[in-house]
Ligand binder design. Structure first.
Ligand code: AMP
Length: 280
C-alpha cells in the first residue's frame, strides 16, 4: 500500500491500532539498497506492521549540496518494498511536510555542531525536524535507524528522549558491499575509478582501529594518521577522521569505554561516510 497524505497514514495506523497490531517505522530518502532492506527486515522481526517512508528532505540539505541530483527512484523503490513485504510505503510531498508558513525547527544542542554538523551546518536541524514530524505522524512503537549514519542515530535517540516521543529507537548494523564499501544511495555518484578507491575508506578505518587497539597508534594521533593515509590512498578532502566516545561523541584520549572511529571524506563529487566500533 502506498500513501502520500499524512491523514491517510494516520488513518491506516489507527486501523492497525484497533487490531492491536504493533507498528515499526523505517524513515529513508529512497534510492533503496540492501542497507535499507536490512532495516526493513529488522523492523519486521520487531513489529507486526512496518511503514517505510521515502522523503528527500530539502531541509537537511544546504545550498550547493546535492538535493537536486539526489537519486530519485520511486518506481524501483516501491517494487522493492512490495517484494520485501513492507506493509505501507509513505511518500509525503514537500507541501505536506512543510506547508506554507512552516517555521518550527527541532534543534539538538550538543551533538549537532561536531563531525557532520561541522561540515554541514544546519544539516541535523533538518534531520531532527523531519524525523520528529515523521514519528509524530506515524506514532510507531519502534523506529529503526542505521549505524551507517551513526551521529544521526545518536541525535535521534536524544530528541526522542528529550521530547518524550513514545517510540523506541532501534539501531541497525551498517551493511557493506562485499569489498567493504558502506552501502549508500550516494555510491551511484562514483565513477568506475572512484568506486575502486572507495573501499579503502573502510580498510583505513580498520587499520586505524587495529593500530589504536594494539597501542601502535595513540588516540590523539589517529586523526593525523587517518588523514595522511586517506590522502595517500587517493581520496580528496577529509572532513573528519575522529575517535569519539560511542555515546557522547566527545573526543577520546583513553580507550576505557566503547568508542567509535568515524570518518567523512570526499572522493570526486561524492562525500563518503563510514564508521567502525572500537571496544576496549
Ligand atoms: P537514507 O535513505 O540514506 O537517509 O537512509 C535511511 C536509513 O537507512 C538511515 O537510518 C540510514 O542510517 C540507513 N542506512 C543507509 N545506508 C545504510 C547501510 N549501508 N547500512 C545500514 N543502514 C543504512
Amino acid at each position: 500500500m502506498v500513501v502520500r497524505a499524512p491523514s491517510a497514514l494516520a488513518e491506516q495506523v489507527r486501523k492497525w491500532r484497533e487490531q492491536r497490531l504493533s507498528i515499526a517505522m523505517v524513515p529513508t530518502m529512497g534510492a533503496l539498497h540492501a542497507g535499507h532492506l536490512s532495516l526493513l527486515h529488522l523492523a519486521q522481526q520487531k513489529a507486526d506492521r512496518v511503514v517505510v517512508s521515502i522523503f528527500i528532505n530539502p531541509m537537511q540539505f544546504s545550498a550547493g549540496e546535492d538535493f537536486e541530483r539526489y537519486p530519485r527512484r520511486e518506481e524501483e523503490d516501491l517494487i522493492m518494498l512490495r517484494e520485501h513485504g513492507a506493509s505501507l510505503a509513505y511518500l509525503p510531498g514537500a507541501d505536506a511536510m512543510y506547508p506554507k508558513g512552516f517555521q518550527t525547527t527541532v534543534y539538538v544542542k550538543e551533538l549537532t555542531g561536531i563531525l557532520c554538523g561541522a561540515s554541514r551546518p544546519g544539516h541535523f536541524d533538518g534531520v531532527a525536524t523531519v524525523v520528529t514530524k515523521l514519528l509524530l505522524q506515524a506514532l510507531p512503537d519502534i523506529a529503526v535507524f542505521g549505524e551507517k549514519d551513526y551521529q544521526q542515530l545518536l541525535v535521534i535517540r536524544r530528541l526522542v528522549r528529550d521530547l518524550d516521543i513514545p517510540v523506541s529507537v532501534v539501531g541497525a548494523p551498517l551493511i557493506r558491499e562485499p569489498d567493504g564499501l558502506a552501502m549508500s544511495s550516494r555510491n551511484r555518484y562514483l565513477s568506475k575509478e572512484e568506486r575502486q578507491t572507495a573501499p579503502r575508506l573502510f580498510a583505513t578505518l580498520n587499520k586505524a582501529a587495529e593500530g589504536v587497539l594494539s597501542g601502535r597508534i595513540a588516540p590523539e594521533e589517529v586523526t593525523a594518521w587517518g588523514r595522511a593515509q586517506l590522502r595517500q590512498e587517493g581520496f580528496g578532502e577529509v572532513d573528519y577522521f575522529d575517535l569519539r566516545d560511542a555515546e557522547t561523541l566527545h573526543c577520546v584520549s583513553e580507550l576505557n569505554r566503547s568508542a567509535r572511529l568515524l570518518a567523512a571524506v570526499h572522493l570526486g563529487k561524492t562525500r563518503l561516510l563510514d564508521n567502525v566500533a572500537i571496544a576496549p
